[in-house]
Design a protein around this ligand. Structure first.
Ligand SMILES: [Zn+2]
Length: 150
């Protein structure tokens, strides 16, 4: 895993200007159901009624800022472009965390993460649309601050 993470950091740094920081995250396994539950719990109670499409989706991978840990599904093998793209996405959040990047809202931190994931998938002739059923409009919604600053 370390050499794979090194390659991803080099690639993210070269393509997206993220700091090349080699303090790697912990990698742990967690079921998609459990990740979805954790994700839901992280949303303030008064905002749960306004759950949008992003929150309704099953969570496939997750990053914990506090624990500096990337969570991947038990069935994750890293042998497909889609699997690797999840690691690329979460590594963006890890580098943002190490870099103490500030965002107007959580959705804003997703912009580069999805851009990097899309560019990675494109190298293999895949895309967020083909592999994750994420169309451009959905991506726009999940990467733009909402009216209530979500
Ligand atoms: Zn993300």
């Amino acid at each position: 895993m370390p050499s794979l993470l090194t390659a991803i950091v080099v690639w993210l740094s070269a393509n997206f200007g993220l700091p090349a920081d080699y303090q790697f995250p912990r990698i742990e396994r967690m079921s998609s159901v459990e990740m979805t539950r954790l994700r839901y719990q992280s949303i303030p109670v008064d905002q749960r009624q306004a759950l949008n499409v992003r929150d309704a989706r099953r969570v496939q991978s997750l990053y914990s800022v506090q624990k500096r840990t990337i969570y991947l599904r038990p069935e994750w093998t890293g042998k497909t472009p889609a699997d690797l793209s999840e690691l690329v996405h979460e590594m963006v959040h890890h580098l943002q965390n190490l870099n103490h990047a500030k965002f107007a809202c959580p959705a804003e931190s997703e912009k580069v993460a999805y851009e990097a994931q899309e560019k990675w998938l494109n190298m293999f002739g895949h895309s967020l649309a083909s592999d994750f059923e994420l169309d451009p409009f959905t991506i726009l919604v999940v990467t733009t601050c909402g009216e209530n600053g979500q």
